[in-house]
Design a protein around this ligand. Structure first.
Ligand SMILES: O=C[C@H](O)COP(=O)(O)O
Length: 250
């Protein structure tokens, strides 16, 4: 049985003070039995957040990591450093990182391996651009990105990966994929994992939908057999909305 997971991706929003105010608002309210609630915050906010969520069921994630443990990589943060802070999750290969920071399928794979090396759970983002969808390439794009992300992982590691299927045209646009379309692609992604590792591993992998998920549409996605949660940007920033997302996922 897969435990649903709602992850808020705050992107480049919130100061430390704003993060702490958010946690004190949602504490005790963004907790639904059987739903894992994660906040993926900017690096600067992680130490304070890890401290603030102690004693709650909220978990903290980063939005990126470097694949090396340390070295001359100005401005980067490694898995060693995240683990040292007490961070549990890390988003890898978000489409904004692929588009603006030159992340490739190869670096995504290296980062997934680095996450496992340091005991972090990777939330691996995949998804097609609008022109790829219009050209009927959605599943092909997801196949290439999924296979690359999982390269070299053991079945035991693969089972722990969280995949976030985010059609790029649906991110921050208010144009969400229909629940049926999202299920179609996510069901296909699970078949891909079955092909790579077998049915038992594929049945354990959690696959989220992301792209304009809001409190008023989360339930439709959660009703789909292969959708195990959501990676949420805009609607995760306000405490009331975040609480409603968690409740809606129950
Ligand atoms: O990581 C989250 C996604 O980019 C979705 O963002 P959004 O919910 O604002 O569309």
């Amino acid at each position: 049985m897969r435990k649903p997971i709602i992850a808020g991706n705050w992107k480049m929003f919130k100061t430390v003070g704003e993060s702490l105010a958010f946690v004190s608002e949602v504490k005790g309210k963004a907790e639904a039995a059987g739903v894992e609630s994660v906040i993926c915050a900017p690096f600067t906010n992680l130490p304070a957040l890890v401290e603030a969520v102690k004693g709650t069921t909220l978990k903290v994630g980063a939005q990126n990591l470097h694949f090396e443990d340390n070295g001359a990589f100005t401005g980067e943060i490694s898995g060693v450093m995240l683990k040292d802070l007490g961070v549990e999750y890390v988003i890898i290969g978000h489409s904004e990182r692929r588009a603006y920071f030159a992340e490739t399928d190869e670096t995504v794979n290296k980062k997934v391996q680095a996450a496992f090396k340091h005991g972090l759970t990777p939330i691996v983002c995949i998804g097609e651009k609008l022109e790829e969808r219009e050209a009927g390439q959605t599943k092909n794009v997801c196949k290439v990105q999924t296979e690359a992300a999982f390269a070299g992982l053991s079945a035991e590691q693969a089972a722990q990966v969280v995949i976030a299927y985010e059609p790029i045209w649906a991110i921050g646009t208010g144009k969400s994929s229909t629940a049926a379309d999202a299920q179609d692609v996510i069901g296909y992604i699970r078949e891909l994992v079955t092909g790579l590792y077998g049915a038992e591993t594929a049945a354990a992998v959690r696959i989220q939908y992301g792209g304009s998920v809001k409190p008023n549409n989360i339930a439709e996605y959660m009703q789909q057999p292969d959708i195990d949660g959501a990676l949420v940007g805009g609607a995760s920033l306000e405490p009331a909305s975040y609480i409603d997302l968690i409740k809606g996922a129950e």
